[in-house]
Design a protein around this ligand. Structure first.
Ligand SMILES: Nc1nc2c(ncn2[C@@H]2O[C@H](COP(=O)(O)OP(=O)(O)OP(=O)(O)O)[C@@H](O)[C@H]2O)c(=O)[nH]1
Ligand SMILES: [Mg+2]
Length: 473
């Protein structure tokens, strides 16, 4: 097959009737994987192509060849060096491949140059991920997010699609050639669709923000982590939720939330989220902002790690970087070392635990260590709470309303016209209790409760309702 017969991504695409990228690029293709690896990056040398192979196979491809070049930096024009490019061309021919998958981000011109050299269509890592996302998107929201990410990826590549036409048909100094006109039309179409998608997503986001805000009175915990770490398996083990589990990358794209009853603590809402991966296209992360809204507002993040993976440490670092990029790094997540059943050499787990003090080891699949996890979660959640004895008159409706909104009442005793309650309350809401003249507040050990700077929240309504937003009651 010649290059001209192949519907190209980077090079000779003639038609772009719809600014949508609906067709899958990688599915049922025979692919050769190619990667440029920095020789200093010894850690990943052995497993260099494993992740991209997993991605390509999840996207439905058959891998028929692999090629790695050790080089400080990819070639700016052709990605691979000259000799390797020739090798790639031979490999493509010998293996009967019809697609080259490059394990990096390619500039539009790099992609086009490899296509011209090898006579085969080329896609990069981002496009494989986009393909998987497109296949796994189930909800309206996920579909909007994926289409937006696809168009944002495609837009800068439109230019290249038309330059060759320009060369063939564009007149010298005679205004705009057909390629350029077509390009303008396509860009306008793409831009219009991008705005439309952004508008629709904004609506979805606002709806989600309302849902998240509605959970204000509940404690929320979110599962985050590298893709395939076992987040959904853990969600299932803890809540019995019927979430999708698969040995696939990006099995989960939508956030699911379920009730999780933690012994000696109570109910919390647990959310499963989209997994992360290294070199995740930035616009893709941005498109999934609303899905990650739950994680942003969570009281606690559980960072799930596949402890049996040889690159576990690097995956932990990647997840931390993505969380930081998304601005979800105000709290230290609780590290959950999962799949310990699959680790043959236990000393590897000990190394991970040593490097990450406070982490918990579990096997979500075999439901091992879940009680320890629950205990650790209760402890971490408890850090943000105070246990207090609150005594007031039985007619203090405003106080009861305040407690029912912000606290959990663990016990109650009546003495004539007084009532004494044991409460668990987030620190930030505790300060306001002490401001109510009818109420006496003590710590659980009986000592007098004093307000510290941490225990005060400017947003919290005063219990006596004399100023600011008043509590109902
Ligand atoms: N051996 C072992 N396998 C596990 C364990 N937990 C999960 N798995 C397997 O790991 C694979 C991925 O599990 P998922 O729960 O889908 O992973 P995820 O983190 O939700 O993945 P994405 O949604 O793709 O980001 C599945 O094949 C699970 O059966 C475990 O504790 N031990
Ligand atoms: Mg999942």
């Amino acid at each position: 097959m010649s290059a001209a017969d192949v519907p190209s991504t980077f090079g000779g695409c003639r038609h772009l009737p719809e600014p949508k990228r609906e067709e899958l690029k990688v599915h049922s293709r025979r692919v050769v994987l190619a990667s440029v690896l920095d020789p200093r990056d010894r850690a990943t040398r052995g497993s260099a192509l494993e992740e991209i192979q997993g991605l390509a196979e999840t996207a439905g491809a058959e891998v028929v060849g692999r090629l790695v070049q050790m080089k400080d930096k990819p070639d700016p024009a052709t990605y691979l060096g000259k000799g390797k490019l020739q090798e790639l061309k031979d490999l493509v021919r010998e293996s009967g491949a019809d697609l080259v998958v490059v394990d990096n981000h390619l500039s539009p011109s790099q992609g086009k140059n490899i296509e011209e050299e090898t006579g085969t269509q080329v896609v990069d890592r981002s496009e494989v991920i986009l393909d998987i996302f497109a296949t796994h998107a189930r909800t309206y929201e996920a579909r909007l997010q994926v289409e937006l990410a696809q168009l944002l990826y495609m837009r800068p590549r439109l230019t290249r699609m038309w330059t060759h036409l320009e060369r063939i048909e564009g007149g010298i100094g005679s205004g705009k050639g057909p390629g350029e006109k077509q390009l303008e039309t396509d860009r306008r179409l793409v831009d219009r669709r991008i705005s439309e998608l952004q508008r629709k997503l904004k609506d979805v986001e606002e709806r989600r923000e309302r849902v998240v805000a509605g959970r204000k009175g509940h404690t929320t915990v979110s599962l985050v982590g590298y893709t395939n770490a076992g987040k959904s398996t853990l969600m299932r083990a803890l809540t019995g939720a019927d979430v999708y589990v698969a040995d696939q990358l990006f099995a989960t794209l939508d956030t699911r939330t379920r009730k999780w009853a933690i012994p000696h603590w109570g109910d919390v809402l647990l959310s499963d989220t989209v997994g992360f991966i290294k070199n995740l296209p930035h616009h893709l992360v941005a498109s999934f902002r609303s899905t990650l809204e739950e994680a942003r507002h969570a009281d606690l993040l559980l960072h799930v790690v596949d402890a049996s993976h040889p690159d576990a440490e690097q995956q932990i670092a990647t997840v931390n970087t993505v969380l930081k990029d998304l601005g979800i790094d105000s709290q230290e997540p609780l590290l959950v070392l999962n799949k310990v059943d699959a680790v043959e050499d236990r000393s590897l787990v000990d190394v991970l635990r040593g490097r990450h003090p406070g982490s918990v080891t579990i096997s979500a699949a075999q439901k091992m260590g879940l009680d320890r996890l629950e205990q650790a979660v209760a402890e971490r959640l408890g850090e943000g709470y105070l246990q207090l004895d609150v005594e007031t008159s039985v007619g203090n409706g405003r106080l009861f309303a305040y407690l029912s909104e912000h606290a959990e009442v663990l016990g109650k005793e009546y003495h004539d016209s007084r009532v004494k309650m044991q409460c668990r309350i987030p620190r930030r809401f505790a300060g306001m209790l002490a401001s109510d003249p009818e109420t006496e507040v003590r710590n659980a050990d009986g000592s007098a409760f004093r307000v510290s700077a941490d225990d005060d929240d400017e947003d919290a309504a005063p219990v006596n309702g004399r100023e600011g937003r008043s509590t109902p009651g």
